[in-house]
Design a protein around this ligand. Structure first.
Ligand code: ZN
Length: 161
């Protein structure tokens, strides 16, 4: 019987709620989430809860920020002129973007708010500082391919290279 260990490709259906019980995200009604176990594709607290589980098992995990998206840190969200995003950009709150500094280092940023002339961006993940409540069910477990292991992510649903 196959169980979830490092380097297995795992499919789960899940619902993610915050402390207030509001649903933040869910795979139900669409394809299950497929991820490479042990590669940091999902937050650490969820990986730990799923470790050793089998197909058909359900887990509930309460994940603190240190095993989730981290504590909020650093400066508050910063304004960036909308023009910096190019002509007629499609921007919405919660959207992830990648910024590049003058040395060419890439850093992930998230859009907090879109105003007339400027966009507020934050280096904190939108769920930073949140305690995450996951309910997950294991749908499938398989061995990863060598290429998936080399890349550190799953090749599925048209992602192939
Ligand atoms: Zn790849």
């Amino acid at each position: 019987m196959s169980t979830i260990t490092e380097n297995k490709v795992v499919s789960i259906h899940y619902t993610l709620k915050n402390d207030a019980g509001e649903v933040l995200d869910s795979s139900h009604g669409s394809e299950p989430l497929v991820y490479l176990h042990g590669a940091g594709n999902v937050v650490l607290g969820l990986e730990k809860a799923l470790e050793g589980k089998s197909i058909g098992d359900s887990v509930s995990a309460i994940v603190s920020p240190d095993e989730g998206y981290g504590e909020r840190s650093g400066p508050p969200p910063q304004p960036v002129p909308k023009a910096a995003f190019g002509p007629a950009p499609v921007l919405h709150p919660g959207m992830a973007i990648v910024a590049e500094d003058q040395q060419g280092n890439q850093m992930p940023l998230w859009i907090v708010a879109v105003e007339d002339a400027q966009v507020l961006v934050d280096h904190n993940h939108p769920l930073a500082g949140e305690t995450l409540h996951f309910d997950a069910e294991v749908v499938d477990i398989r061995e990863a391919t060598e290429q998936e292991l080399a890349h550190g992510h799953v090749h599925a649903h048209g992602h192939d290279h």
